[in-house]
Design a protein around this ligand. Structure first.
Ligand code: GLC
Ligand code: MG
Length: 247
């Protein structure tokens, strides 16, 4: 039976080369035989995704979710899905957000390639992460419809309230009519929490997951979520077998 496979890239799908080749082969077979759909959900922009795609020879996904869920691309098409961006536009005022963040010297802007129409990103050292609640309250006081996502003890993303990897995943799941039980999401860090938290899709946390995700998992245990022993794609194969998606 087909399923919807949604995975983060860095340190989840990618990071264990032998297992990546095995998993990719199995997914391609499943897609060909059963119509399984493959989706990448990454924090990277489209241009940084393309670098990784070439470097690791990644198989072509059925849809690509980039920039932490704020852009969706179908079938190697180079323009973002407008249905999705129309859902993110209301109440999103990028200039105002940038202006308010300038009052926080702890925030260092990420490279230009990672500043996107629906994403404003910074580096923020772990020891300074205590400013996040204050930043959030300044932004919401200004009536800005935003969400803050902190990953890996360094990356801070500001995105529309209605977007993240989890919302984008559910948008695709509904569009393609997959039940939550036939959907599996995989991740390792803070920006993946939304994939696991949004509903009761099956979840695989890879063995090398970051503390922020492990801590969230401990506080929100669920039987439809599996914590793998093995790292990266090896952990994904382990989880797919656990749920019976693969033999
Ligand atoms: C990727 C993106 C970066 C983002 C991070 C966490 O590394 O390039 O902009 O902050 O993921 O979501
Ligand atoms: Mg990752």
């Amino acid at each position: 039976m087909k399923f919807l496979f949604v995975t983060d890239l860095d340190h989840t799908f990618v990071g264990n080369d032998n297992a990546l080749v095995e998993l990719s082969d199995r997914l391609l077979n499943h897609r060909q035989q059963h119509g399984t759909k493959i989706v990448y959900a990454t924090g990277r922009s489209l241009s940084l995704y393309q670098e990784l795609q070439q470097e690791k020879n990644l198989i072509t996904p059925d849809a690509l979710v980039v920039s932490v869920g704020t852009e969706i691309y179908f079938d190697g098409n180079n323009t973002t899905d407008s249905e999705w961006s129309n859902l993110l536009s209301p109440g999103w005022e990028r200039e105002k957000i940038v202006f308010i963040t300038q009052g926080f010297p702890e925030l260092t802007p990420q490279p230009d390639s990672e500043q996107r129409p629906f994403k404003v990103s910074f580096f923020l050292q772990q020891q300074d992460s205590g400013i996040i609640p204050q930043l959030e309250s300044e932004l919401t006081k200004a009536k800005l419809n935003i969400k803050l996502i902190y990953s890996s003890g360094i990356d801070l993303d500001i995105v529309p309230l209605s977007s993240d990897k989890g919302q984008a995943m559910q948008f695709l799941r509904r569009k393609w009519e997959f039940a939550a039980e036939r959907t599996v999401v995989c991740g390792d860090s803070g920006n993946d929490i939304a994939l696991f938290a949004v509903g009761n899709e099956r979840g695989i946390i890879v063995g090398n997951a970051r503390p922020e995700l492990l801590q969230w998992h401990k506080q929100n245990p669920a039987e439809y979520r599996y914590l793998a022993q093995d790292v990266c794609a090896g952990g994904i194969i382990e989880g797919l077998k656990h749920f019976g998606f693969l033999e």
